[in-house]
Design a protein around this ligand. Structure first.
Ligand code: ASP
Ligand code: MG
Length: 805
């Protein structure tokens, strides 16, 4: 014999009802022996509850009651529910007069939902030629007097059920009301909301059924609620133990007590989908304990109660009194946390019991309040519990650190000693993000990295294209999903939580989000619970760097090709780093110096590992590298070479921006600060390559007067020693153990066969002198400018961040 249970949604008018009847018919035709347990149909229980409340509060309820009645008869008007409807009508009117009702009355009202349902299904089956009969469980299951949450008396109930099945034709399909029962006086009781599952498992137990099939509206039990976590997976098989833990921790398909009667008789439970007949569902049964299956479940409607007091230290009996007092009021406590200092105790109760719990405890501890042993009892609302089932503490650091990285700090953490479950209490506003982060972490599903790119110029645009191009490969190779959710231009903002597409340029051009505020990016990420956030700044804007700290405070890591933030005053530099440390965020900017060349990372690593860097020297600027490499090697006037560099786009449109040396000075300062030197931009001694008389004036004037540079540079070139060449370098030296170093940007003459002398084209070169490497510096050389290499460098920083735990 199998027990088959159908829930409210499976029995709702329309597709559910049709499928349910078809499922039963098919089973009967296949000669399966079964008994059916039903819930009330659709949302009938909720409706009855709501009408009752209305009646109590003198709110007109007639319409809702008429709707309720119409719903019950909608698929078949020939079934007579007059006895149920009349009873309900009488009770509602009575409650309307008294403006009150008891738990006993409520049970009587709600029970009608199941009675109507079972009658209805039996009738429908009969009219399809199935031998079916209606069974009122109040004649079989006998409980205590706890209306609304009654406990069955096993022996008598079991005897009743067995007798009933013996006495009635075993070929007939019995359609039994779930949820309802009666006390010893024959008064109607109920087994608690969703109690039909419990009814079904009790009946399965009493009859020693071969299986309990629970037909629901979902395909089975998932690793997390699919409504909350889109990539959650269905679990095929679970042990009772695992299912029991899930039920305990709020997986709402099953109530914990449902499992126990099944374990007792080793009856497998299959969760099936009424709406998807092909699905095998989830099978819960005896099996290897702890098959290593993990899942997440969530309790949303809870509050945290806290009891605090210095006088609790060492006192005995306090905990006992707390739980006794709560137990008297039937308030059940789920998670408990108490520090060894015993200065306080916190625990979770159902939200609806929160204020009651507070009052109960205030009464219980009124003396301790007076003696100031307890200072306060307070409730934290808007919290949720996440339980990671099958999570042992030894590997808990992974989901935990992912949470912290995503700015979710649990309010409370707790683990069960048996069964490996870790429970976290988090703010309700963090729930969605937290569940997704943990789920992603424990199931090794791809890690989402959500990126906002600010600046869509040459570097920014190239970067976006590079990311979109490599996205699929990176997902496959590294299980990292790079998702660009925001692209911010100077006036427009493109937002898409699923990630912008290859058409991002058109989409940005046509977006309606104009005159945005940068805060819109932050609030969008917040609203859509986006995790692992990175802000990429590819602008050259000073103003924009003012937003960095606010991004860090809101959970973003930073990557920038923009140099400004690292060359503002040392105060800002330090403040930003302090914020980064406080919020556990990173800021990477490998492209600030030498574009994509692995320079800053190398220097940082050497410095952090204690290597004493004594000097850094090199050609930092691609445009000036080109200029002096060509001028030194060829017999051409300086102005000719410069004109060529301008024409090739190697320089800024006004080449004085390169020639003034400021760009090199900034880069030098950035490197110095990597070594913890506290230099300011003003400390850099810069040799300006523009003769003084040409510094003012329009760029037009300057460009038409380039020949004026020739005598100056001719002179310098000639004054060199034999076999020497000119190079414009940045040079960091001095005692680098002090607070400040000596920073110089200057034109020097070096032997043509030295490292600096041999570079060609627009290459950059950096010589890093350290104590261990002696007078042979580490040399890093290569293309030090260009959109493609810079974008690739920025991309590298993003990957570095994505790789971090
Ligand atoms: N009809 C009851 C409820 O909605 C019992 C059940 O559906 O299991 O809570
Ligand atoms: Mg239900």
């Amino acid at each position: 014999m199998k027990i088959v249970k159908f829930g409210g949604k499976s029995l709702a008018n329309g597709k559910g009802l049709e499928s349910t009847l078809a499922i039963i018919e098919t089973k009967v035709a296949a000669k399966e022996k079964l008994a059916v347990v039903v819930s009330a149909r659709g949302k009938s229980t909720d409706h009855l509850e709501s009408i009752l409340e209305k009646a109590k509060n003198n709110i007109p309820f007639k319409n809702e009651f008429e709707e309720f009645k119409a719903y019950q008869n909608e698929p078949d008007t020939s079934i007579d529910f007059s006895s149920e409807f009349i009873l309900l009508d009488e009770i509602f009117r009575g409650v309307g007069l008294l403006n009150d009702y008891s738990a006993k009355i409520k049970d009587q009202v709600l029970a009608q939902g199941e009675l109507i349902s079972a009658k209805f299904i039996a009738h429908q089956l009969a009219s399809k030629g199935v031998n079916a009969s209606f069974v009122d469980a109040r004649k079989l299951i006998i409980t205590d007097d706890e209306f609304g949450n009654a406990q069955p008396f096993t022996e008598v109930s079991q005897d009743n059920v067995i007798d009933y099945f013996k006495q009635h034709n075993s070929d007939e399909v019995k359609v039994i009301t779930g949820f309802i029962a009666a006390n010893e006086q024959g008064e109607t009781t109920t087994l608690g909301r969703n109690g039909s599952n419990y009814s079904a498992s009790l009946i399965a137990n009493y009859l020693n059924a071969s299986e309990l099939q629970n037909y629901t509206h979902v395909n089975g039990i998932y690793t997390a609620n699919p409504d909350m976590v889109s990539n959650s997976k269905k679990i095929k098989k679970l042990s009772y133990q695992e299912a029991n833990e899930m039920a305990n921790f709020g997986t709402n398909i099953l109530h914990a007590k449902t499992i126990i009667p099944l374990i007792e008789k080793n009856i497998p439970l299959r969760i099936l989908n009424t709406f998807n007949a092909d699905n095998e569902g989830t099978l819960i049964g005896e099996g290897s304990e702890r098959g290593g299956i993990k899942s997440l479940s969530v309790q949303e409607h809870v509050v945290l109660v806290n009891l605090v007091g210095r006088g609790l230290l060492g006192k005995t009996g306090v905990d006992g009194r707390i739980f006794t007092a709560l137990g008297r009021e039937n308030i059940s406590v789920s998670i408990i946390s108490q520090g060894s200092s015993e200065r306080g105790i916190g625990f979770i109760v159902e939200a609806e019991n929160g204020s009651k719990a507070k009052i109960v405890l205030e009464n219980e501890f009124s003396n301790e309040f007076r003696s100031k042993d307890i200072s306060k009892i307070y409730i934290t609302e808007n919290v949720s519990v996440i339980s990671i089932i099958g999570q042992s503490l030894h590997s808990f650091y992974q989901p935990y650190s992912a949470l912290i990285k995503n700015r979710v700090t649990p309010i409370l953490i707790n683990n069960t000693v048996t069964g490996d479950t870790v429970c976290l209490v988090v703010k309700k506003s963090d729930l969605n993000k937290a569940v997704n982060v943990i789920h992603g972490e424990i199931f090794g599903v791809s890690k989402n990295i959500n990126i906002a790119v600010v600046g869509k110029g040459l570097v920014g645009g190239t970067l976006i294209d590079q990311i979109l191009e490599s996205k699929a490969t990176i997902l496959k190779r590294k299980n990292i999903n790079l998702n660009i959710f925001a692209v911010a231009g100077s006036s427009k903002l493109l937002l898409n939580k699923e990630g912008v597409s290859k058409n991002w340029k058109d989409d940005l051009a046509t977006t309606t989000l104009q005159d945005y505020e940068i805060n819109d990016v932050i609030s969008y990420a917040e609203k859509h619970h986006l995790e692992n956030l990175i802000l990429v700044d590819n602008t050259a804007s000073t103003a924009f760097t003012n937003n960095y700290i606010s991004f860090v405070e809101n959970g973003f890591d930073l990557v920038s090709s923009n140099k400004v933030a690292n060359t503002l005053g040392y105060g800002f530099y330090k403040n930003l780093r302090e914020k980064l440390q406080y919020y556990k965020k990173s800021y990477l900017y490998e492209t600030n110096v030498g574009a994509g060349l692995p320079l800053i990372g190398t220097i940082k690593l050497l410095h952090d590992s204690g290597e004493n860097i004594t000097r850094i020297r090199g050609v930092f600027s691609g445009s000036l590298s080109y200029l002096f490499n060509a001028f030194s090697a060829e017999d051409r006037p300086f102005s000719e070479v410069l004109k060529e560099a301008i024409a090739c786009g190697y320089t800024e449109p006004d080449p004085r921006e390169d020639l003034c040396g400021n760009d090199v000075a900034r880069k030098l300062l950035i490197l110095a600060r990597e070594l913890d030197l506290q230099n300011e931009l003003e400390d850099v001694v810069v040799e300006n390559l523009i003769p003084e008389n040409l510094r003012a004036g329009s760029s037009q004037d300057f460009l038409s007067n380039l020949k004026a540079l020739d005598p100056v540079y001719n002179q310098i070139k000639k004054a060199q020693k034999e076999g020497h060449v000119l190079r414009y370098i940045g040079d960091l030296s001095g005692d680098l153990q002090q607070d400040k170093g000596d920073l110089k940007v200057e034109l020097v003459s070096v032997p043509a066969n030295s490292p600096l002398g041999q570079i060609k084209g627009a290459d950059a070169i950096f010589e890093i002198f350290t104590e261990s490497y002696g007078d042979k510096p580490i040399v890093i050389q290569g293309a030090g400018a260009g959109a493609a290499v810079t974008a690739r460098g920025v991309f590298g920083d993003i990957i570095r961040l994505a790789d971090k735990d």
